[in-house]
Design a protein around this ligand. Structure first.
Ligand code: B12
Length: 207
């Protein structure tokens, strides 16, 4: 079933993804459908794109199809408990429009009981700080999918320091080019490779 879900994303067809999700719904957890099925398919799309077997319009169609699949699952995700596990501002850094992974992370954090403010993609450094102040955030999540935009994660941490907020607000970084070593280098509190790990690490950090 995971293969069918992944294959539907690779086919770049929204209808195929929605049909595969509908079929998997009764048998698998929504988080499994997303991570082991749809996201795996999206990664395959990335590989095919790199090899020149798929082109940008295909990638956009696959991204659209994947987003539709995740949206179809949102209603099935648990709402999260009323006693909030913590307040998190999550977004993709400036100059970077990739938001599929970031949105999955937001959804999974939300269903794990965190109060999540997803501030979107291509978000200017200062907006992360302003939103964190506004909602009294415990943590900021920073997504970057390109080597050229990774620096934006460091910029947010530096501005947090300048504003005297670094001790109060934890920072979690992620996205394909981010690594544990990078997180340590820029002084982030943690790095997570995928959405499930993001939930586990956020729980650990904000316990
Ligand atoms: C889909 C896609 C697009 C879509 C994005 C649609 C959207 N709404 O997001 C479109 C077509 C718009 C696009 C555009 C571009 N893209 Co693009 N894209 C991809 C692709 C194929 C898949 C990304 C994806 O969605 N993966 C699936 C999700 C589920 O995985 P994920 O994002 O990694 O997220 C998971 C983890 O990383 C983690 N995570 C993610 N965020 C966060 C945040 C936190 C806090 C935490 C803890 C964890 C976490 O958890 C997620 C869930 O498990 C990648 C290839 C790849 N291998 O990544 C290229 C890729 C990222 N794109 C690339 C490029 C170059 C571009 C363009 C410049 C292309 C162009 N020539 O115009 C533009 C960028 C414009 C811009 N300014 O941003 C390059 C980047 C190269 C680099 N290393 O710098 C890649 C690697 C492809 C390649 N090899 O060339 N792209």
């Amino acid at each position: 079933m995971f293969q069918e879900l992944a294959g539907a994303v690779v086919s770049c067809k929204k209808d195929a993804v929605l049909a595969a999700v509908e079929k998997a719904k009764g048998e698998l957890e929504p988080s499994e459908i997303i991570e082991k099925g749809l996201a795996a398919g999206m990664n395959e799309v990335g590989v095919l794109f790199e090899r020149g077997k798929l082109f940008l319009p295909h990638v956009m169609m696959a991204a659209d199809a994947m987003t539709a699949g995740v949206t179809a699952l949102k209603d099935l995700m648990p709402e999260g408990s009323s006693s909030k596990a913590g307040v998190i501002v999550n977004g993709t850094v400036e100059g970077d429009v990739h938001d599929i992974g970031k949105s999955i992370v937001s959804t999974m954090l939300q269903s794990a009981g965190f109060e999540v403010y997803d501030i979107g993609r291509d978000v200017p450094v200062r907006n992360f700080i302003e939103k964190a102040k506004e909602v009294n955030a415990d943590m900021i999540g920073l997504s970057a999918l390109m080597t050229t935009t990774l620096q934006g994660q460091r910029d947010v941490i530096e501005l947090l320091k300048e504003e005297g907020l670094r001790d109060r607000v934890k920072v979690m970084v992620g996205g394909a080019p981010a690594t544990q070593a990078w997180a340590e280098k820029i002084g982030a509190d943690c790095y997570a490779e995928n959405a499930s790990e993001a939930v586990a690490k956020a729980k650990e950090l904000l316990a």
